[in-house]
Each structure stands twice: as structure tokens, then as C-alpha cells.
Design a binder for this molecule. Structure first.
Ligand code: SF4
Ligand code: SF4
Ligand code: SF4
Length: 202
């Protein structure tokens, strides 16, 4: 299975910081958006756990600095996620319209979005948990809606001994071994690898 690597996280710095000097780097966000939208209807939030550069950044680069506390459930609530989605997308569209089609200016809008969201991800990642931002990231929410019910984690309760090892490794802090719908599962498979009883599978 393809696994997220620390190297992907470099793209966050290249786009956020390099984009200030070379705004066309911002168009990388379009590639990210297109990729996740192609994958989501088949595999839900798989992109988040296996290919997202910011996912890599928070998992590997931010994790050593994080307090690793419990992610407050309010951050997963649609009452928070939908308004954030609307505000961020609205801001992006508004700024793009203002550029009147200038290529570099549009690129700078994407760079600004990347800088803004990366700053929030760092803030929440350090103060709470590495994947706190991924609990309400608009792109994660979009994949959740587009891919709900796809490529779900299966739990074999006959084999499960309730050891809790899967919960400990879950970056999204989900109730891994409970037979529940987990639409925010990012399909990273860390729980599958950690389970001593082969009770988890996709
Ligand atoms: S939730 Fe957003 S930042 Fe996190 S891995 Fe998914 S797309 Fe990337
Ligand atoms: S439930 Fe398993 S696959 Fe899903 S996010 Fe948690 S550790 Fe990853
Ligand atoms: S790691 Fe496996 S055996 Fe342990 S609680 Fe999770 S599913 Fe059950």
C-alpha cells in the first residue's frame, strides 16, 4: 500500500514560502485539488492519509512539536466545518475575481490561501494535535462528503481483543475498533498495521 512520506511535506514550504517570490507556484494547489476530487468518490479521504503534502507536513514535521492532546469534538462538527468551508472558498473566489485574470495575481491568491491554512494548521497542530487542522480542513470536508461510505475500514469483532493499540496510532483520533461509520478516516492503515490480531482491514 502507498504510504505518506515525510518528503511530501516539503511542497508545503515550497508553495507557501517560494510562492511569495514566484506566485505561479500557487497553481500547485489546483493539482492537489484535482487529484483529491478524482480520488474521493472512490476512496473517500484516502488522499489525506496517503498523498496530501500538508498531511505529510503535520504528521512528520509538526508532530515532534505537538502537545498531542485530544482533538475537541467541536472541531469535527459540521457547524464549524461548513462555515469554514464557505468563508474560505468565498474568500478565494472573491480574490480571484478581483485579479481580472492576471496569471501571477491568481497564483498569489492560491499562495495566500496556502500560507493562511498552513499557519492555522501549525497553530492547531502545536497547541492540540498534529491532525487537528485535518478535522475541519475544507478539503477534508469535501472529500468526506464526496466519498462517504467508500473504502471503509472493517472491524472483525470476533478477532478483536480490545487492546486499544489501533486507537493509539490513529492520527485522526477515531474510535477505530468500534463498528461505526467513520467518514473522517483518512485510510492511512496505521491501525491495520498496529493490530496484533488482524482484526482490521479495508
Ligand atoms: S484534511 Fe486537508 S490538509 Fe489534512 S490531509 Fe486532508 S486535504 Fe490535506
Ligand atoms: S481509523 Fe485507521 S486508517 Fe482510519 S485514520 Fe485512523 S488509523 Fe488511519
Ligand atoms: S488493535 Fe486490533 S485487537 Fe486491538 S483493539 Fe484494535 S482492532 Fe481490536
Amino acid at each position: 500500500m502507498l504510504k505518506i512520506t515525510p518528503y511530501l511535506g516539503i511542497m508545503v514550504l515550497i508553495v507557501s514560502l517560494g510562492g511569495i517570490f514566484y506566485p505561479k507556484l500557487g497553481y500547485f494547489l489546483l493539482l492537489v485539488f484535482a487529484t483529491l476530487m478524482i480520488i474521493a468518490p472512490f476512496r473517500g479521504r484516502w488522499f489525506c492519509g496517503n498523498l496530501c503534502p500538508r498531511g505529510s507536513f503535520v504528521d512528520f514535521w509538526l508532530s515532534p512539536l505537538s502537545r498531542k492532546l485530544e482533538i475537541p469534538s467541536i472541531l469535527r462538527s459540521m457547524w464549524i466545518r461548513v462555515p469554514i468551508f464557505i468563508v474560505l472558498m468565498g474568500f478565494m473566489v472573491f480574490r480571484i475575481v478581483q485579479t481580472q485574470g492576471a496569471v501571477d495575481k491568481i497564483g498569489m491568491v492560491f499562495v495566500t490561501i496556502c500560507l493562511l491554512t498552513t499557519s492555522v494548521a501549525i497553530l492547531f497542530g502545536v497547541a492540540i494535535a498534529p491532525r487537528a487542522w485535518c478535522s475541519f480542513c475544507p478539503m477534508g470536508t469535501l472529500q468526506r462528503v464526496a466519498g462517504r461510505g467508500r473504502y471503509m475500514l472493517r472491524v472483525d469483532k470476533e478477532k478483536c481483543i480490545d487492546c486499544g493499540k489501533c486507537q493509539k496510532v490513529c492520527p485522526m483520533q477515531l474510535p477505530v475498533n468500534e463498528i461505526l461509520d467513520k467518514p473522517d478516516c483518512i485510510k492511512c492503515a496505521r491501525c491495520v498495521e498496529a493490530c496484533p490480531k488482524d482484526a482490521l482491514s479495508f
